[in-house]
Write a protein that binds this ligand. Structure first.
Ligand SMILES: Nc1ncnc2c1ncn2[C@@H]1O[C@H](COP(=O)(O)OP(=O)(O)OP(=O)(O)O)[C@@H](O)[C@H]1O
Length: 338
């Protein structure tokens, strides 16, 4: 690959579906960086899966083109077996697994028998990377949902694809299992230079896992950048509400909290408030204390507006307490509330 050649490029791609209302993706252009994890985020129906399917070549664009390593990605209209040879996709359904075969065979069967030493070594390597080696003799039918997802990913990786596409792959996996799997994927990316493009609904997941975020709204890219930048300085209210837990106010309500701005909308993240039990400025009532484990969510009301904040000092506040609230930081937007 030459220096100037983009790794994977989506250029002015449109794919529309006729339905009650026209939907799909519209005039999308983006460049995917090699060896990085790019997450596509957006509300339900914003076109995330459609974009992933277009990149993989599972559907044909109406207009525009996708190029991978300088060559066009062809869709089913031009290609008999859909899906690019150097990409692999894993979705929530692990239907392609043979549930009655062992984990080992499900993974090894993707490699040819021309070099049995390589086949065995590569299968061992991938099973090890995905912490499946101890389960290699188990039938897929006897595995948990999370373990099956690991097998699906191992199967996808055994043939050394350049790109792994993940469509909400961690949805059915419990939180601790998901964290471990995410760390393992990060490690594989670091070790092998694999490029990952994932679709996710989960803000925690994309913020901790992705190097780059692409935000889709109604089939269009509204914003893209690294997670920290998009979390701290989103250009759009839409992006802020996708990524952060916070409260959105109009100007009048914001004024009641001491924020003066000409912008239409204000968002304060849950961590943007400062609570003080001992001050009498800007008093608010605690309407609810929601235990979340190592922190609590407090629902507060100042008589004009209700909002939520987090409190790490678990047990310090009770429902009905009056506390002083100061806003440490907030974001302003020209957009009105949707
Ligand atoms: N094959 C299809 N035929 C008709 N409409 C479709 C088809 N595929 C997708 N759509 C529509 O295109 C829009 C985008 O769908 P897509 O599945 O890409 O969204 P998404 O962001 O992945 O949503 P979700 O998060 O709910 O999975 C939706 O309105 C959907 O109904």
């Amino acid at each position: 690959m030459t220096e100037s050649m983009p790794f994977l490029e989506v250029k002015n791609v449109t794919k529309l579906f006729a339905g009650e209302k026209i939907s799909g993706v519209k005039n999308i252009s983006l460049s995917i960086a090699e060896g990085k994890i790019t997450a596509i985020i957006g509300r339900s129906g914003s076109g995330k899966s459609t974009l992933l399917n277009l990149i993989y070549g599972l559907i044909d664009p109406d207009a525009g083109r996708i190029t991978f390593l300088g060559e066009r990605v062809w869709g089913p209209a031009e290609k008999l077996i859909p899906g690019h040879d150097q990409m692999k996709m894993v979705t929530q359904q692990s239907d392609h697994l043979n549930h009655y075969a062992k984990v080992w065979d499900n993974v090894a069967s993707l490699l040819p028998n021309t070099n049995l030493t390589y086949k065995s070594a590569k299968t061992t390597e991938v099973l090890q990377q995905l912490r499946l080696l101890d389960l290699k003799e188990r039938r897929v039918a006897d595995l948990s949902g999370g373990e099956r997802q690991r097998v699906s990913i191992a199967r996808a990786l055994v043939a050394n694809p350049k790109v792994l596409l993940l469509d909400e792959p961690f949805n059915q996996v419990d939180a601790s299992f998901r964290d471990n799997l995410q760390q393992d994927i990060r490690e594989i990316v670091r070790q092998t230079g694999l490029t990952v493009i994932m679709v996710s609904h989960d803000p925690q997941e994309v913020l901790s896992l992705a190097d780059e975020l692409v935000v889709l709204k109604d089939g269009e890219v509204v914003e893209a950048g690294n997670p920290q930048q998009l979390y701290q300085q989103p250009e759009n209210l839409y992006t802020a509400t996708l990524l952060a837990n916070g409260t959105v106010f109009n100007g009048i309500k914001a004024a009641s909290l001491g924020i003066a701005t000409k912008k239409k909308t204000i968002m304060v993240y849950a961590e943007g408030f400062y609570i003080d039990k001992n001050s009498i400025e800007n008093l608010c009532t605690i309407e609810a204390v929601l235990f979340k484990g190592f922190y609590e969510e407090l629902v507060l009301n100042n008589g004009t507006v209700k909002f939520k904040t987090i409190n790490l000092n678990v047990g310090a506040y009770q429902t009905g307490d009056r506390v002083s609230v100061t806003i440490k930081q907030f974001l302003t937007f020209e957009e009105g509330l949707a």
